[in-house]
Design a protein around this ligand. Structure first.
Ligand code: FPP
Length: 248
């Protein structure tokens, strides 16, 4: 299924998918390999999934690569992740962004090593002119910190905010909210990810570890999304009525 083959209503196809890429470490451990091997495989899978999602017609994909809480991990593991960014990030992102996709990094990048920050900034600059489709890579990201930052921005500007104007102050400002949040790795929690933006997202949990979450698994998550009724607080009857009116 892709956006154009979705039967009937296009709203049954997610415009924005967010993924919590959990399970790299456990995947590697089961193979008696170091965690860094899991992150390497995870990065390859992340690129494959991004390409597949954009091929299907998804407009925005947000991937959770490193949380502010993850920054407390052993220095060796963090260094492994930074090395992945140093070696592959720019080239991999370029490959995807060439399709007219804009890269945004969500998070407090001042917490990252200086050379890593530069790679990220250069990669973002390369796709800055694109509009309408985007990859968000959450790095040194925490949703509560993002919300507090946005609140402080509003205070500094002397603004009284609305729900809409506040959303524009978040790292994802100007983008549609995620429709579907996928978490791999068998855990069922949100882990400080897109708390404001995902208020009405559908959640899909997979028991697979992230390196083994295939393109076909993404297809299944999207199909499951298509089978759900998003009520946004309304009753079933009201939703059916709205669907009927849309078709007329
Ligand atoms: C959480 O699973 C995953 C991470 C902390 C890192 C995710 C990173 C990638 C998928 C690839 C790297 C991408 C970039 C852009 C650097 P975990 O490893 O903590 O798994 P566990 O719960 O099994 O220990």
């Amino acid at each position: 299924m892709n956006r154009n083959t979705t039967e009937g209503d296009k709203s049954r196809f997610p415009r924005h998918i967010a993924i919590i890429m959990d399970g790299n470490g456990r995947w590697a451990k089961r193979r008696l390999m170091p965690r860094s091997f899991g992150h390497r495989q995870g990065m390859e899978r992340m690129i494959g999934l991004l390409e597949h999602a954009f091929d299907l017609g998804v407009d925005y994909v947000t991937v959770y690569a490193l949380s502010t809480e993850n920054l407390q991990r052993p220095a060796e593991e963090l260094e492994g992740l930074y090395q992945l960014i140093r070696k592959h990030f720019r080239e991999y992102m370029k490959k995807i962004c060439e399709r007219g996709v804009r890269l945004r990094v969500l998070g407090d990048t001042s917490l990252l090593p200086e050379d890593v920050r530069k790679i990220i900034a250069d990669s973002e600059a390369e796709s800055a002119e694109y509009r309408g489709r985007g990859i968000n890579v959450a790095l040194a990201y925490g949703s509560r910190a993002e919300i507090v930052r946005a609140a402080n921005l509003a205070v500094m500007r002397g603004e009284t905010v609305t729900e809409e104007s506040f959303a524009k102050l978040l790292y994802t400002g100007g983008q549609p909210d995620p429709d579907l949040v996928i978490r791999t790795g068998k855990e069922r929690r949100i882990s400080n990810f897109l708390l404001y933006q995902a208020a009405y997202a559908e959640f899909y949990f997979s028991d697979k570890m992230f390196p083994e979450f295939s393109d076909a698994d993404l297809d299944e998550a999207i199909a499951e999304y298509g089978r759900r009724t998003r009520r946004f607080g309304k009753t079933d009857e009201q939703c059916r009525e709205e669907e009927k009116n849309k078709k007329v």
